[in-house]
Ligand binder design. Structure first.
Ligand SMILES: *Cc1c(COP(=O)(O)O)cnc(C)c1O
Length: 388
């Protein structure tokens, strides 16, 4: 481990402050470090490994496609991306899908689609996109510009023009932004993930949709973190009864392989023509085969379980010494702790539970199929760490 740690700091660009643990294996929601110590994984690779680590069904889907065709480029037809797009459209009511490789790229596509649609329907000067303060939309220069957090911007100016930020809940601010600017779209996360697991008020989300549509602008929903069953609905916008025009997703879509998807509703479905957008790896057959398998297991029964486990955790954490509040939906939860979140996470790790942080919160994003007994054990450890 010490040599891996040393080689990592010697050869890997220093962008990640890693925990002092090397994970070498795992099964489901249990993972093991280089000393053999066992941990309950309450982060699932930041909402990626939907069915945990080294899941048998997932691994079989990957292996099967890898032994057929692992990549052909988008110059040829391949089946897995078509089957996946079909499943996504059937289950959401969206009309077409563009595949990429990450959340940031899924949002780049959403932004390009929104700008082109607005240029086609309203005029080229309608390029501004409203996003929310405290939002997170990715690390490329454009998705960074969309992100409503100043500290991500500082080092990388000039940013992409055409983004303005309004506070979540500020309906009047949204109306003013429409009055003052020529707006192409409003882009929101239903639950701000990196921002601290903060769900939007349903009234504000509904108002954002109405104001956008009344002005001929689009509603874009970033479901990179909230999507694919995470909140107890297939996509979080379904919890809110919203009718988005564009939905982006990634993280949990393929259960552990890089895949982004941008879904286009009927009125936007033909916004792109040949050559307007593209990706060498986008729609990769192995990633898409993994996602077809992954998504088909995220059915009503699993979603009900996600909700039930989320409710159980919320109950366990509510009114506990050292926990001020619990936010989130399903298995996307944030704990405002009295002790600094980083101290709680360090204590949990010591006691065999891996948790995440988001701003000042302890953030929990376990696998969707985490066994109830591990949920209970993890809750015990987290509650103890918050109180000590
Ligand atoms: C993680 C995240 C992204 C960025 O995804 P990457 O795959 O890291 O590019 C974008 N939006 C939201 C809401 C996210 O949580």
């Amino acid at each position: 481990m010490s040599s891996i740690k040393e080689l990592d700091s010697k050869y890997i660009a220093g962008t990640y402050k890693r925990f002092p643990v090397e994970i070498v294996s795992g099964k489901g929601s249990l993972v093991y470090d280089e000393t053999g110590k066992e941990y309950i994984d309450m982060g699932s690779g930041i909402a990626v490994t939907s069915f945990g680590v080294a899941d048998d069904i997932w691994a079989a889907a990957v292996a099967e496609q890898a032994s057929k065709v692992q990549h052909m480029s988008n110059l040829y037809y391949t089946e897995p991306c078509v089957r996946l797009a079909q499943q996504l459209c059937t289950r959401t009511g969206m009309s077409k899908v563009f595949f990429s490789n990450s959340g940031a790229e899924a949002n780049e596509c959403a932004i390009k689609a929104a700008r082109k649609y607005a240029a086609d329907t309203l005029g080229e000067e309608y390029y501004t996109i409203i996003t929310l303060e405290n939002s997170f939309h990715g690390r490329t220069i454009t998705t960074l510009s969309a992100t409503g957090q100043e500290h991500y911007h500082e080092l990388f100016r000039p940013l992409t023009p055409g983004f303005i930020h309004v506070a979540a809940g500020d309906t009047a601010g949204l109306e003013k932004a429409f009055a003052d600017h020529k707006i192409a779209a409003v882009m929101i996360e239903c639950i701000q993930g990196e921002g601290g697991v903060l769900p939007l008020e349903p009234e504000f989300a509904a108002a954002a949709e109405k104001i956008a549509h009344d002005n001929g602008a689009l509603l874009v929903i970033d479901e990179v973190q909230t999507g694919n069953g995470r909140t107890g609905a297939l996509y979080a916008y379904m919890n809110y009864g919203l009718r988005p025009d564009i939905v982006s997703t990634a993280k949990g879509l393929a259960g552990g392989l890089p895949l982004g998807a941008t879904m286009l509703a009927e009125k936007v479905q033909n916004v792109f023509g040949y050559g307007d957008h593209g990706s060498t790896f986008g729609g990769n057959p192995v990633c898409c085969a993994a996602a077809v398998s992954n998504l088909s297991r995220i059915d009503d029964a699993l979603l009900a379980e996600v909700k039930a486990k989320g409710e159980y955790l919320k109950k366990r954490f509510t009114g506990v010494d050292g926990i001020e509040s619990v936010t989130g939906m399903g298995l996307m939860l944030g704990l405002k702790t009295v002790k600094p979140a980083a101290d709680v996470v360090a204590k949990c790790m010591e006691n065999g539970v891996l948790c995440l942080t988001a701003k000042d919160k302890v953030r929990l994003l376990p696998a969707l199929n985490i066994p109830m007994e591990l949920v209970q054990k993890a809750a015990d450890v987290i509650i103890a760490a918050c109180g000590e």
